[in-house]
Design a protein around this ligand. Structure first.
Ligand SMILES: NC(=O)c1ccc[n+]([C@@H]2O[C@H](COP(=O)([O-])OP(=O)(O)OC[C@H]3O[C@@H](n4cnc5c(N)ncnc54)[C@H](OP(=O)(O)O)[C@@H]3O)[C@@H](O)[C@H]2O)c1
Length: 262
């Protein structure tokens, strides 16, 4: 594992978050990571200062890697894989493209290519991410274990069946944006009542981290966690009632519905 060479085809937000996580945790050394993208100057700026290798073409990335991560926008997948179709047959291919489960990606690759469809989220950059993996894949058991072992440095790795890959990807991949909106809103409320913005954001962000960890470590039902903070006739329950009046929970369920039904 320590010598696994990892190549990114596409080096935007998601790929850079993964690379950052791999480097920060020591899962990979910079010289084990190569990447290609469309804009050469931008790619050099995002790789070279950290010791990663920029490549002019996807072919070079594939040649220098055992594990190739497809990290372009979904609509670009066919275009970027076509020139390296044959070369990818010899590699472990992991796609992070949303909306490309095994059966949709498979025809873009050469028959027999070992590939896995996943959905990560951007907190992988700070080793607090999620990687949802589709249970249908063509990696060997050993290859899957190697991928899992690598990503576990930066993420909780969860496997789901094909039918649930999309919603699992939405719940982990889109929601950092919604969580950031929640932090921003709490920040506005804190500022409205006199906190500095930086302090309000810090409090809100740590509250989210801590609440998530509390659930993961205790396995407590979220409703019980809510109840534990609401004393009878107290202040927290006033806010809970207010959020219910505003449709807080149904707004979140509707958001996921809208993404899934789009
Ligand atoms: N961002 C997320 O939170 C998130 C979460 C889950 C899944 N994903 C998935 O991750 C994938 C990438 O998303 P992103 O947010 O990282 O997008 P992005 O920031 O727009 O990055 C896309 C990358 O693809 C590169 N690219 C475009 N055309 C290319 C080509 N012909 N050859 C090689 N590279 C090319 C771009 O290069 P230039 O920058 O030089 O144009 C850029 O580095 C998507 O499929 C998305 O569904 C993203």
């Amino acid at each position: 594992m320590s010598e696994l060479r990892v190549g990114f085809i596409g080096f935007g937000n998601m790929a850079q978050a993964l690379a950052e996580g791999f480097l920060r945790t020591g899962a990979l050394r910079p010289e084990q990571i190569s990447a290609c993208a469309r804009n050469w100057d931008k790619l050099r700026r995002s790789t070279e200062p950290k010791g990663m290798r920029p490549c002019r073409e996807a072919r070079e990335v594939v040649e220098t890697s055992e594990l190739v991560i497809l990290a372009v926008k979904p609509y670009m997948l066919a275009e970027v894989t076509a020139p390296v179709r044959e070369a990818l047959r010899e590699k472990i291919v992991v796609s992070v493209a949303a909306g490309y489960p095994f059966d949709k990606l498979d025809p873009l690759l050469a028959p027999g290519t070992h590939h896995l469809s996943t959905c990560p989220n951007t907190p992988v950059a700070v080793a607090e991410g999620i990687l949802v993996c589709e249970d249908k894949h063509s990696l060997t058991e050993e290859e899957f274990d190697a991928v899992k072992q690598l990503f576990e440095h930066v993420a909780l790795v969860e496997t789901v069946d094909t039918a649930h890959l999309s919603v699992a990807g939405t719940v982990c991949g889109c929601t950092p944006a919604y969580a950031a909106m929640f932090i921003e809103a709490l920040g506005d409320a804190g500022v409205k009542h006199g906190l500095t913005r930086a302090q309000a954001y810090r409090l809100a962000a740590q509250m989210l981290v801590g609440t998530g960890k509390l659930h993961l470590e205790t396995g407590q039902h979220p409703g019980a966690m809510k109840d534990a903070v609401c004393s009878p006739g107290g202040t927290t329950i006033v806010g809970v009632a207010s959020l219910e009046r505003s449709g807080f929970r149904s707004a979140i369920i509707d958001a996921i519905d809208d993404v899934e039904n789009r």
